[in-house]
Design a protein around this ligand. Structure first.
Ligand SMILES: Cc1cc2nc3c(=O)[nH]c(=O)nc-3n(C[C@H](O)[C@H](O)[C@H](O)COP(=O)(O)OP(=O)(O)OC[C@H]3O[C@@H](n4cnc5c(N)ncnc54)[C@H](O)[C@@H]3O)c2cc1C
Length: 410
């Protein structure tokens, strides 16, 4: 049995854990990344059914830690503008990148493309060691260091253990950190759809009484990735349909207002569905333990913010750890980790609550609320300072932004 020493062990090498590893390795920490899934043989010839809307703030993080060029060299697309409207009535809001003096409002990147760029980068950095496929057990926290065993019996010792292992985090369970969680009794159906007309770089989202439907523009102007949230029974029925029936339902759901520009729904890829839940850990930290990404919080995908919040965690945690290392402080101590928790938990809680409020306000066929929604959308569209504020916030360009989000090394 061998023992290996690291500064930091990250359990979970998904999009969040891998980005954190690259950010910390740049700062000369010795990092171990343990992931239970095998190193994927990532084939990007076909579109991934899972894509992420990446904000400008998150793009800055990816650029600064050396992942963005890897994504650009594969495939991604620019969101030039965004249209949001409601099934009931004619209210709508339209965001244009020109209003922010930016070339894009954000980007659509396939999850597979992000993972491949991150994996390539991790393998190129000499101070990251990947344990994959592997899981950890026998965690022991003696107060001065934390150790754990991998499946092959290797003992990993470090000053800090990061739980980046997703919604069902083993690290969070091991540390006995409670979460507040709730289910929307909905599923999100994802697929790639071919339309007869050019999407024009517009991200479209229509709020239906049964849940939001988003069309996200891919690099092929006739292809969009869809995220269609619907109550469980409706989602199951949509999943069970033949392609032709599904495309007819999809056309009926989007062919209104800004959706008419897409023309006919010509083809659909295979479909997949994800149950929609929200969850928030009561704490993000314990002595020598810290949670990031979906391990700490899970949010409804209607505003495409889950990954972006996780990357915000990465930027703040990297900054806190690098500064503490510079000041020769113990990076696993509660004193150091509390700064991260204070900086992130309030922001994340606000986003989770706002998205839940949005979801309840829009997934509702009450005629009074319908009227209010339409007035609200139109009003927000015409009040430029409010609209500008919403745009900056959604793009990750407002608030107390950590260095990585501003394109600076921590
Ligand atoms: C339909 C849908 C659409 C979405 N769209 C967007 C969007 O447009 N924009 C956006 O910002 N977000 C979006 N999200 C949210 C986003 O996908 C998640 O927030 C993001 O994937 C979280 O990343 P993560 O790395 O924290 O967790 P995960 O992606 O879950 O990664 C966890 C990693 O940990 C590993 N792991 C798990 N358990 C263990 C263990 N015990 N030991 C070792 N390794 C382990 C797993 O193999 C995995 O690699 C969407 C979500 C859904 C469901």
């Amino acid at each position: 049995m061998s023992t290996k020493q690291f500064d930091i062990v990250i359990v979970g090498g998904g999009m969040v854990g891998a980005t954190l590893a690259c950010a910390l390795a740049e700062a000369d920490f010795r990092i171990a990344v343990v992931d239970s899934a095998p190193v994927p043989d990532i084939d990007t010839s076909d579109y991934d059914l899972r894509v992420s809307a990446v904000t400008l703030g998150s793009k800055a993080i990816f650029e600064t830690v050396g992942l963005w060029s890897g994504m650009e060299s594969q495939r991604l697309s620019c969101i030039d503008s965004m249209a949001v409207w409601d099934e009931a009535g004619s209210g709508h809001i339209h965001f244009d990148s020109a209003e922010m003096a930016q070339p894009c409002l954000g980007y659509i990147v396939e999850n597979r493309v992000i993972r491949k760029a991150a994996l390539d980068r991790m393998q190129a950095l000499r101070n990251i060691e990947l344990f994959c496929p592997a899981s950890v057990s026998g965690i022991d926290n003696d107060g001065n260091s934390i150790s754990m065993r991998t499946d092959d019996g290797t003992l990993l010792e470090s000053h800090l253990l990061v739980g980046a292992d997703g919604a069902n985090s083993y690290v969070r369970h091991w540390a006995d950190i409670d979460t507040r969680s709730w289910s929307f009794e909905q599923k999100a159906i994802v697929a790639t759809v071919t339309t007869s007309e050019d999407h024009g770089g517009v991200a479209r989202q229509r709020f239906l009484a049964t849940g939001p439907l988003a069309f996200l523009p891919l690099d092929d102007p006739h292809k969009c990735s869809i995220v269609w949230s619907a109550d469980n029974a409706r989602a199951d029925a949509l999943l069970a349909m033949e392609d032709a029936g599904f495309l007819a339902e999809l056309h009926a759901a989007i062919a209104d207002g800004p959706g008419t520009a897409l023309g006919d729904m010509e083809a659909v890829s295979q479909r997949a569905a994800f149950p929609l839940t929200s969850a928030h850990a009561q704490h993000y930290i314990d002595e020598r333990i810290v949670l990031v990404g979906d391990a700490a919080h899970r949010i409804h995908p209607l505003a495409g913010q889950g990954l972006n919040l996780g990357l915000g965690d990465v930027a703040v945690l990297a900054e806190v750890l690098v500064e503490s290392q510079r000041e020769r402080r113990d990076i696993g101590s509660l004193k150091v980790l509390r700064r991260y928790e204070r900086w992130r938990r309030g922001d994340n809680a606000l986003m989770l609550t706002s998205m839940d409020g949005f979801k309840r306000l829009f997934s509702n066929d009450d005629p009074i609320l319908g009227g209010l929604r339409n007035v609200g959308l139109d009003l927000a569209d015409t009040l430029s300072p409010l609209k500008h504020r919403i745009m900056l916030y959604a793009a990750g360009l407002a608030g107390d932004r950590p260095k990585l989000m501003r394109g600076l090394r921590p």
